[in-house]
Design a protein around this ligand. Sequence first.
Ligand SMILES: [Zn+2]
Length: 231
Amino acid sequence: MNTLRDTVCRAHLDLANSGLVIGTFGNLSVVDRAAGVFAIKPSGVPYDRLSPDRMVRVSLMTGAVIDGDLRPSSDTPTHLELYRAFVDCGAIVHTHSEYATMLAQARLPIRCMGTTHADYFRGDVPVTRPMREEEVERDYEKNTGVVIVETFRSERLSPADVPAVLVANHGPFAWGPDAAHAVEHARVLEYLARLDWRARLVAPDAPRPGRFLIDKHYLRKHGPGAYYGQK
Ligand SMILES: [Zn+2]
């Protein structure tokens, strides 16, 4: 039995239990960079029919399916683009979770308005530009990845510091060093989207917190100077 496929299957069960996905929406992949492969959900298979042997392995180099009888998630080319551009990324989660998708449809970022957000994301979670007609008609899923990468480059964001994005008029992608972190980021992202939606309602003009507060909260949990939690 393949360890990577076990990991990906187990993580899909966590995702299914998270309340972030309905029906066959959403998908998750985990990469093994040493082996040059990632494993991803098969396309259109319900979560309760998933098993390790049904996970599809894809080459990081060529994007071709390596083994498995089933077709990989239709979003596979998006995952491939992200793994190639974000070299520290170990796992990717895509959902259509309600509040994050609502803000993606409104083309609004999830603003970093407080420490709950800054504990996980060092600043706003950005929203991509809308995709152009030719980008949608040709290589749509690959171009979804391309616009995500473009967003991080043009806004000079670190995908390690801000491990999520809202794809305009679509929904969120989140990632992390491994499957557990990627799922956690997708869950927290949904909570933060709900918080920011309410903050926008109750006080549309509320001032932003200082950069020093955001950095304090982010850096006490992440990086070499982290001191939050147990050793
Ligand atoms: Zn989607």
